[in-house]
Design a protein around this ligand. Structure first.
Ligand code: SF4
Ligand code: MG
Length: 332
């Protein structure tokens, strides 16, 4: 039931509220140990806000967050700091997320000091170890961020997240600012680290090719809601929500004999200040009917036996014929 509403104000001196942005509106999902759950959708759908809510970098308006049995929203300052050891974040922009005045070693020392994890020579050793985990060397510790490429900076961001030995990392578009040639290296590194340390990822992305590579399950978001959630293979093989079908139709398929017709969505994403009534997607949905304009569809399993764990928020999911299918056994 995770919800975040931002009041929108107008005026400089006398501010008056003019409305509420429903950035995240009643999301429910879980992430298992060792699992990567992708949150995908167009910009403004609420995926980054969701990641920040989970870590309490911003406070939710409503809803519950549980981490390893603990009620995250109920934690006081001290308990929250302790929890931050277990939950970390990697940001999208490796250029903006590192302090330019700190050497890489100083950057990595911060979380170690904050959580009382190491000091003195043990700290030096730990910093060298973190650098080597992400494919950098001990001598990089003395350098400043501007001396590194984008890909190397993101490796430093990953090392910083790893410093406190977290169990969950929220990855907010970690490769979308990088050159395509570098993206695969960073993604592969993240996959390796996940296996090695048993990490869970909430992986926020709009690039579905990346999501296809890294995720175990995928939640598709539209205007602050999850419209479809399914295991990756099922979602890519047989998307059931018209919005998911449109998003996937734009992804190149590895098998050229399985090309799908591109579904072009009409219009732009409506403003989250005033989302459409009923199904929020109805203004752009080719299958919309009267019921869609009045009644909001709830996330539910399919009546025709969709994939295990697949839920869809569409009144007519069972009767919508998806576009040409991707082969089930596509190469990884
Ligand atoms: Fe389209 Fe209606 Fe389904 Fe919404 S509920 S996705 S408008 S068919
Ligand atoms: Mg974002």
């Amino acid at each position: 039931g995770l919800t975040k509403h931002f009041p929108v104000k107008r005026g400089i001196v006398f501010q008056s509220a003019v409305g509420t942005v429903r950035a995240v509106d009643g999301l429910t999902f879980d992430v298992a140990p060792g699992e990567t759950l992708a949150l995908v959708g167009e910009s403004g759908c609420g995926k980054s806000t969701t990641g920040r809510l989970v870590l309490r970098l911003i406070e939710a308006t409503e809803g519950t967050i549980r981490f390893a049995g603990r009620d995250v929203r109920g934690l006081g300052r001290g308990a929250l700091r302790e929890l931050r050891r277990d939950m970390q974040i990697i940001f999208q922009d490796p250029y903006a997320s590192l302090n330019p005045r700190l050497t890489v070693g100083e950057t990595l020392a911060e979380p170690l000091k904050l959580h009382g994890l190491a000091s003195g020579t043990a700290m030096r050793r730990r910093i060298d170890e973190l650098l080597s985990e992400v494919g950098l060397s001990a001598w990089h510790a003395l350098r400043y961020p501007h001396e590194f490429s984008g890909g190397q900076r993101q490796r430093i961001g990953i090392a910083r997240a790893l410093a406190s030995q977290p169990r969950l990392i929220v990855c907010d578009e970690p490769v979308s600012a990088l050159d395509v040639s570098i993206q695969a290296q960073v993604i592969n590194l993240m996959q390796d680290l996940k296996g090695k340390f048993g990490l869970s990822y909430i992986f926020i992305a709009h690039d579905l090719a990346v999501v296809r590579h890294i995720s175990d399950r995928v939640a598709v978001m539209y205007l602050g809601k999850i419209v479809e959630l399914a295991p990756k293979r099922s979602l890519f093989a047989r998307p059931r929500h018209p919005y998911t079908q449109a998003l996937l139709s734009a992804v190149p398929v590895p098998d050229p004999t399985a090309q799908r017709a591109r579904i072009r969505l009409a219009g732009d994403v409506p403003s989250p200040l005033n989302p459409p009534k009923g199904c929020r997607f109805h203004t752009r949905c080719a299958h919309a009917q009267d019921r869609c304009r009045m009644e909001e569809p709830l996330l539910r399993p399919l009546k025709d036996g969709g994939a295990e764990g697949q839920v869809v928020a569409c009144h007519f999911a069972e009767s919508i014929v998806p576009p040409a299918l991707v082969p089930e056994n596509d190469p990884p």
